[in-house]
Ligand binder design. Sequence first.
Ligand code: UFG
Length: 340
Amino acid sequence: MRVLVTGGAGYIGSHAALRLLEDGHSVSVVDSLERGHARTIEILKDVAGDRLEFLRADLADTDALTDLLTRNEHDLAMHFAALTYVGESVERPLDYFRTNTAGGISLLTAMKCAGVRRLIFSSTCATYGEPSPEFVPIGEETPQNPINPYGRSKLQFEEVLRAEVANPKDPTPLAVVALRYFNVAGCDAGGRIGEDHRPESHLIPICLEVALGKREHLTIFGEDYPTADGTCIRDYVHVEDLISAHLAAVDALEPGRFKRWNVGIGRGYSVREVLESCRRVTGHAIPAVRGMRRPGDPPRLYADPSAIARDLGWSANWTDLDAIVATAWRWMQANPRGYG
Ligand code: UFG
């Protein structure tokens, strides 16, 4: 198949593109390179030769997207391109709604013009906001009440998609799967591509940057949460498992249907547990200091992955946190300056 991968030069999108190419598919990557890395495209080209097409464009450029989609027949789109920092979204809400909501609408418009009617959308557990304890672990029926513009912008695009699949006048109804990710971690087990956010705000890469000597310490954002060790609990899913969920979702696409699944391993680790794992994997002391709570951080977020297991036969292969961290550490050691 030929797949449009938006955000294919970014962390998760590049892992999707790599897997699709390795499986023999053709891929069109569209990325503005605002947050993505040109170097990933070179790496993907080495894998793919002429099965990879790259377009540097913003999601807002509907004409460029339409042109790309019509030049070759595309079977579906996987939509990863987004702004994804919770804290930044509070300070730049317009950018978040422009990229994540309006950008998605631009993509849908181009898909309609080009006759591409299948979409897998990267949604997020941030759409659930701060679920009350009876909703943790989090199933798909948990009420969606985002507490920051990031989660809200992603939920809004889910709503756009729901309306579009239900369009009674559409002669070729849209088919959508939204995957609501928990905390994505780790890197390509082959060590070719990795995670390089600028600025970096995620827990595991920050711990590893301390081990690498790029930072002095980890600041733990709050040790007074109502959890066993007082730090926040998250569900860390390996990026390769996440991409497997996307491939499983392709077969579930159905015209006129909006389907959604949570993607997590179903087990939470506290910030302190993640820190200990990074210490074990790197053999470095990784100093940590106590910090203030970070606004918008719910105490406990982990998935109930039973629906995706039942419906798509998906479950995580990477369930050992140390093994997940080790893939990230391997890439970071080999690429101490990230993509340069
Ligand atoms: N944390 C620290 N210190 C740091 C960085 C993070 O204590 O320097 C803590 C956070 O407070 C949080 C946990 O580590 O409790 C995980 O934080 P991350 O920033 O790694 O991840 P988030 O849970 O905030 O957000 C990530 C993605 C979002 C996604 C969300 C779903 O960035 O896009 O997971 O849980 F929506």
